[in-house]
Design a protein around this ligand. Sequence first.
Ligand code: AMP
Ligand code: MG
Length: 326
Amino acid sequence: MPVNEQSLGLAKEIVKCGGAVAFPTETVYGLGANAFETAAVENIFKIKGRPNDNPLIVHIHKDYDISSLVSDIPPYAKKLAKAYLPGPLTMVYKSRGKVSSAVSCGLDTLAIRVPSHKDAQRFLKYINLPIAAPSANISKHVSPVTAEHVYSDLNGKVALILDGGKSEGGIESTVLDCTGEIPVILRSGLITREMIAEVAGDCGEYVLKDGEKAKSPGMKYKHYSPKCKTMFFVAGELDKALFEYEKSNREGVCAYLLCDDETAKAAAVKNVLNLGKNGEEIASNLYLKLREGENKAQLIIAVAPKEQGGVMKGVMNRLTKACKDV
Ligand code: AMP
Ligand code: MG
């Protein structure tokens, strides 16, 4: 349903009764429920088939008092919030234990996000509750960036999908640990390390070491994967990718090349999923093209873009998890 008084009224009723509602944000669509209610939060894990050790992000409207949910907010986090919120930045703090412990899967921290999408803000303001929300897709599938994507994954499992058009950002928020001396990126996204360091003075990046317990449990899972087969090549391996492309199509396996605009031009083949020209454009198109690809291809052959800094860090994280056998 489009976002209006009627659908918002319905959304509020569903959430107050412990149900889940899909809603648009500037990154991807979310599947939200009342973060105070354990049964409502557990229902989200059930709907998605999400592993029960992968914590959820709590979404709040821009005037919600965050200090009622978390403590020990460092000065650098206040500066970052002022610079980038509302926006695609999730910040992890020490939890006050007010929301259900099911949200953070027993961790003593809480991830909080203030989305900038106007319909997300309307929804959150209307309900005026912290909303626990992962992406509105079946676990491990490509994240949804349109209401149609949500429908195709969750039809019959969710009572209401609020339709706010295409999510322009296209990849999930940056997740930032704000419990230490300096902020540390747990998941890259549209708010880049450079942007964080510029405001906070410094910014670390968490790298999961072999055998270590993940600080952000979501990191360890295969994710964002299309339903068809995939292959992955690094930038500069276009010749190898084209060899596989020709071979597959010759053998009757419908293959599509997934790549940036520059590579698409150099490849000059018929079946192309063109991600666009720069980091922002590629991020915005990534899930759209992966979903388009799985509907028309039997094999997606991904070639990584040459550009690697800034937003491309987040894109590469999603692209490798989607298309590479890791
Ligand atoms: P998703 O909801 O699928 O966008 O995933 C949420 C991401 O946030 C996952 O990578 C989680 O591991 C991460 N996350 C959520 N809560 C926490 C937390 N309290 N501490 C660290 N990471 C978190
Ligand atoms: Mg997700």
